[in-house]
Write a new protein. Sequence first.
Length: 451
Amino acid sequence: MTSSCECFSPFKGESERVYADIFVENTDISSMVLQDGKVSQAQQVRLYGAGIRAVCGSETSYAYTMDLSEEGLRKAANSFTPTPLRGGGLPLQDFIHPFNPSSPRGMGGEAVRKILLDVEEKARALDSSIIRVKAYVSQRMQQVQFAGSDGTAFQDFRPRTSLSVSIVMERGGQTQMGFASRMMQMGQEFFSDALIDEVVREAVSRTDFLFAASQIEGGEMPVVMAAGSSGILLHEAIGHAFEADFIRTGDSIFTGKLGQQICHPSISIVDDGTLTGDAGMLRYDDEGIAGQRTVLVHEGKLNSFLYDRISAHHFGVKPTGNGRRESFRCLPLPRMRSTYMLPGEAREEDIIRSVKRGIYAESFTNGQVQIGAGDFTFFMKTGYLIEDGRLTRPLRDLNIIGNGPEALRRISMVGDNLKIDHSASMCGKEGQRVAVSQGLPTVLIDKLIVG
């Protein structure tokens, strides 16, 4: 996309030719899958290159290259107009430095294979009905550099490691499959005995649960969302509608509602890039904005959206550190980091006790959401029937259907037991995937459709 040569800086408010920035990346990605004692897949990839952006008024140009010589960078930048390298835009030689060769590169293949074998051994020792174990490790060791024509510059090292375990059990001719995972912004220290035991036990327990669980006839009823993994509903059904590019285009259900009361005063929601070790932690986002904690909903009132540089300029506010990209090949977009609801004052047992008949939703798998309308459908993998204030019958494989903003308004009780879910969650948007987390205390939604 091109633009005229005369424009105003979208970030300083001063007459300038163009705002420009450069994002440089050196990332090692490795993964290994072990199934039934054998390595079934192993992969190692390096991402090495730079993305250069120029913004003039409402127009954005972008180019990327894997040639990090000054000549290669200038060739990429000069591929669009207005060029960011004229008139004192980006003196590249002042910003591009050699990457640190001593930065950690993750565990080697043999060490990972031993961990995966240990995972399988631990799992099979817990239950003799296990007929298949599939374990997966992914390591992403990312070094980044960033510089903007406004003087912003940073370098950062971002390790990310995940472990996923899938279990298949067979009993009396019936087969069930369960799954558990963890992902943290860590290197080798991620693989503690405690974490491995926790993930294995969770995967085995979830699979075992399914044999006793069943389905029920659907209908409209109260739904208690369990603390932790139920935060996926907060992320998908509500969180995306807070991203400021959707506000800018009018596609979000929350467009025009800033400052309005959108839910009960007991509810506050934040998006946080400061949680140490969290998959969504950012010391700086991919536009050079310092990591921060953004209060989206304060005591029921819509307080802020999630802004990157461009959307922040459009609305005349400061960026919130939510400009994120999958790699140097991609433009930054407003994206969530760790999105969660702050704890309330109710105890979980009191929330359950208040329900005559309803559902306790414990874990979810996939779902679908319409950003504009806010309508969602989520697949509840495990949960319980609530009868007369008690958890009774184990349930599985139910659809939870509703509208995000309406569900938010129907939350009548918020628990005191906030839990951040550190499962391996990757969020997709416009073809880009980034690591996120989410969290929730136990909450009561007065009415949703269960089907």
